[in-house]
Write a protein that binds this ligand. Structure first.
Ligand SMILES: NC(=O)c1ccc[n+]([C@@H]2O[C@H](COP(=O)([O-])OP(=O)(O)OC[C@H]3O[C@@H](n4cnc5c(N)ncnc54)[C@H](O)[C@@H]3O)[C@@H](O)[C@H]2O)c1
Length: 437
């Protein structure tokens, strides 16, 4: 048996705060409301539909995850957030065009009540957007204090027991780590001096942690992936996780690539291109924002295929990712992959994938699971980077001395073993000891 860690019971309400009430956030909120009313099932959500095998296969113990470990219930979730547009969640969801009007009308009353708080926004970091529902302050540090106040007010007004924050706002321009990101002290000083290396997403993350709220980053922005925030999260005992929801093309990539490696099939090249027409697509049409996304999407294959360990198979593969803004498709992205692989004696083969996906439909259950698991982490006293939640991210955060794990199946194993460990159950190794005396 592994150690049984004490998990505080989830009592009362859990607030889910989201910077960015756009397509993903509104699809998530309206979806949860529809599911609570029994109109649909929480498809795609591990916390709601997933199971976990315990003990030996013959024991036939396979409870649902939500019956196995103490998780917040859908009925206990309360939603809020910030946006640069003042539309309520019903209006924003209609505008996003992901869910149909009939479904939105069936939950209109409850989602219409959710109105965004004024955002911390700077056009220098999201060049394609303009909005007037924004806060005004002199310094980035002052903005952080205003967000902390918002968080406290939201908690008090809604009579909440706990909160989590999930970044669902736009992708910011590409920025790299800067010496001001090194320590909490240098970060705070830089915020007071309005240093350009402090993006709005970092101000939200800082405010979240200072207010004692776990923070998960759904976009590829640097945000919490800097030493100062890790240090702060460690000191304050707050879980952080990121980055960039793993959906669509990258999800398929991290499903296929481990299969090629398992069968020792080589790779000559992988060309991925997308068309999408939602606001996210428009933001990513800016080359600086695309660069942030590109970095996140490109690292996946290198880490899964390990060319340094398998030079004969993966040393020279060519990997290209393209995103094209094409308004008619709105949220319904089409992702094409052309994959050039080779097998026995080096004979080449091709695989073509055409994934007609729905971006926010794939992302919404991830927001739900992250909110619920980040709350579990907080109640279980798990602080800092939550690597066991890599399953949900394109660019999983990990300790500086480690490399990220991208293989979806290893990620799932790690997640479930973490849950087993929390509950004092044996970890599953798939080692069949029955062959030995
Ligand atoms: N499958 C997916 O949909 C998917 C996958 C991975 C990552 N993401 C990321 O999730 C994020 C949300 O995607 P989306 O499709 O909902 O985009 P969206 O454009 O519909 O919504 C983003 C919202 O954030 C708001 N916003 C921008 N900057 C803000 C700020 N500083 N504070 C508050 N609000 C701000 C915008 O006004 C917009 O309403 C994007 O960063 C996207 O790259 C989405």
């Amino acid at each position: 048996m592994e150690q049984n860690i004490s998990i505080e019971k989830p009592k009362g309400k859990l607030g889910v705060l989201m910077p960015g009430l756009g397509a993903v956030a509104t699809t998530f909120i309206a979806g949860v409301s529809a599911i609570k009313k029994g109109f649909s099932k929480p498809i795609g959500s591990l916390t709601q539909m997933g199971t976990i095998r315990l003990g030996k296969r013959a024991d036939k113990r396979v409870p649902k995850i939500k019956d196995f470990i103490e998780l917040a219930k859908l009925d206990d979730l309360v939603f809020g957030g910030w946006d640069i547009f003042s539309d309520n969640v019903y209006e924003a969801a209609l505008n996003a065009g992901v869910l149909n009007k009939d479904l939105l009308d069936s939950v209109r009353e409850e989602i219409e009540e959710i109105k965004p708080m004024k955002a911390v926004f700077d056009k220098n970091y999201v060049k394609k957007l303009d909005g007037d529902h924004v806060k005004k302050a002199d310094t980035k540090y002052d903005y952080a204090q205003m967000l902390i106040e918002d968080i406290h007010n939201f908690k008090a007004d809604n009579n909440l027991d706990r909160l989590v924050m999930v970044w669902c706002a736009s992708t910011e321009v590409f920025i790299t780590t800067d010496p001001v990101h090194d320590t909490v002290e240098s970060l705070e000083k830089a915020m007071k001096e309005n240093h350009p290396a402090i993006a709005p997403s970092m101000i939200y993350a800082y405010a979240s942690i200072m207010a004692g709220v776990p923070f998960a980053n759904g976009a590829p922005n640097l945000t919490v992936d800097i030493p100062a925030i890790s240090e702060l999260a460690g000191k304050k005992g707050i879980p952080i996780a990121g980055k960039d929801f793993k959906t669509g093309q990258t999800l398929i990539k991290t499903i296929l690539a481990p299969g090629f490696k398992a069968r020792l099939l080589g790779l000559n090249g992988w060309f991925s291109t997308n068309i999408l027409g939602n606001r996210d697509g428009e933001v990513l049409d800016d080359p600086d924002a695309f660069k942030t996304k590109e970095e996140s999407k490109l690292s996946v294959l290198e880490h899964i295929l390990q060319p340094e360990i398998y030079p004969d198979l993966y040393e020279k593969f060519y990997h290209k990712v393209r995103i094209n803004y094409y308004p008619p498709r709105r949220d319904n992205k089409e992702g094409w992959d052309n994959i050039d692989i080779f097998g026995w004696l080096g004979y080449p083969m091709q695989i073509k994938v055409d994934f007609l996906c729905r971006d926010s439909i794939l992302a919404a259950p991830l927001v739900l699971d992250l909110a619920i698991f980040m709350d579990l982490a907080q109640r279980s006293n798990m602080k800092g980077i939550q690597e066991w939640l890599s399953f949900y991210f394109k660019s999983p955060m990990c300790a500086p001395e480690l490399y990220p794990e991208h293989d979806l199946f290893i990620q799932l194993m790690k997640l479930k073993n973490t849950l087993r460990n929390l509950k004092g159950e044996d970890l599953i190794t798939h080692l069949g000891l029955e062959y030995y005396d």
